[in-house]
Design a protein around this ligand. Structure first.
Ligand code: FAD
Length: 301
């Protein structure tokens, strides 16, 4: 294999990449440039997010359909159950299946009013992600991933409630959890210990967010309950108007985070790419991955 980890040992690093559906032609080109650039790393799967508030399936459907048609990558479609009844959600899942999707990232979603607004299940809908997982399982033998929150979901009163929901999702048939992003590996490690103590044995794949824009990340972290350690914030301090240095620092910071996770025995990473390839490419390279550029279609610039 062309893969080996940074230390050169035989440990095989697995990666997956998350993209969001483009809103216009320019964003579509950016997305496809990024997919083409990252494809040679042979990710386990590439996932495409679903519109916030359960808004629209179309952009996600078009994107996974194109991935399925034009690449050798395995697409995973995010799917939420917010604001729809079960019949509609099931119909959407079947539409995804018809274009080549066999892997779902099953989520409850947030209310259309936004993160933090009180969640009300649709009267005829799946009440939470665990019910959605069961619904998908009833349709087909899909691969199903779900969310996990190393710092608790903002609506969870405590870790026990949070991990209980994860347990319900796994009992319903989820085979992998992908975490919300985090910047403190101790937080992740403590969380995984709690999860294992609760008798959950599926992989808890760390979700890594390379920082393209620190101010944005800080705002978003507040909303979704992820903490930003002071020493982490300090790294980006004063670089607001210096994108070049910021990118170098972001690569260094993310490399430090993933290398530390490798040292802790982690060999599977999910990257929130924000539809940009450069940082993720650098981090995968540092992880020891080497793309098969020469054989990849379209890789010749
Ligand atoms: P669930 O797993 O159903 O619940 C999350 C937590 O909320 C639980 O741990 C539980 O503790 C708590 N909770 C739920 N119900 C109750 C209750 N009745 N009482 C007490 N506590 C409760 N959103 C999108 O719109 N589109 C996407 O594509 C998308 N992709 C994501 C991918 C990942 C990897 C992650 C981590 C999140 C993603 N989200 C996405 C965001 C997600 O929709 C929100 O975080 C949402 O608020 C929760 O969805 P969930 O599936 O995690 O919910």
């Amino acid at each position: 294999s062309s893969r080996a980890n940074a230390a050169g040992s035989a440990q095989r690093i697995k990666v997956s990449f998350e993209f969001f559906p483009p809103k216009n032609g320019d964003m579509e080109s950016q997305l496809w440039d990024s997919i083409t650039r990252l494809a040679p790393f042979q990710p386990d799967f590439v996932s495409v997010t679903y519109g916030a508030g359960g808004s629209t399936k179309k952009p996600t459907l078009n994107t996974v359909a194109r991935i399925s048609r034009e690449t050798a990558l395995a697409p995973a479609a995010h799917l939420t159950c917010v604001g729809s009844d079960k019949t509609d959600v099931d119909a959407v899942a079947r539409e995804f299946q018809a274009v080549g999707v066999n892997h779902f990232v099953a989520l409850r979603g947030d209310p259309p009013e936004g993160v933090g607004a009180a969640y009300r299940p649709h009267p005829g809908g799946y009440a939470n992600a665990a019910e959605l997982v069961a619904g998908l399982r009833a349709i087909s033998d899909f691969e199903i991933s779900v969310s996990a929150y190393p710092e608790r979901h903002p609506e969870s009163p405590d870790f026990a409630t949070d991990i209980d929901m994860l347990k319900r999702k796994v009992d319903a048939g989820a085979t992998r959890a992908i975490t919300q992003f985090f910047f403190d590996n101790d937080v992740y490690e403590r969380y995984v210990e709690r999860v294992r103590r609760a008798g959950i044995y599926v992989p808890i794949v760390p979700g890594i967010l390379p920082v393209h824009n620190f101010a944005q990340v800080a705002r978003f972290s507040k909303l979704c309950g992820a903490s930003v350690p002071e020493r982490f914030a300090r790294r980006f301090d004063g670089l607001e108007k210096d994108p070049e240095t910021r990118a170098l620092v972001a690569a260094a910071v993310a490399a430090e985070q993933v290398n530390d996770l490798v040292e802790r025995g982690i060999d599977d990473f999910h990257f929130y790419t924000m539809n940009r390839a450069q940082l993720v490419y650098a981090i995968c390279h540092i992880l020891g991955l080497r793309g098969q550029e020469r054989t990849a279609v379209g890789a010749a610039a």
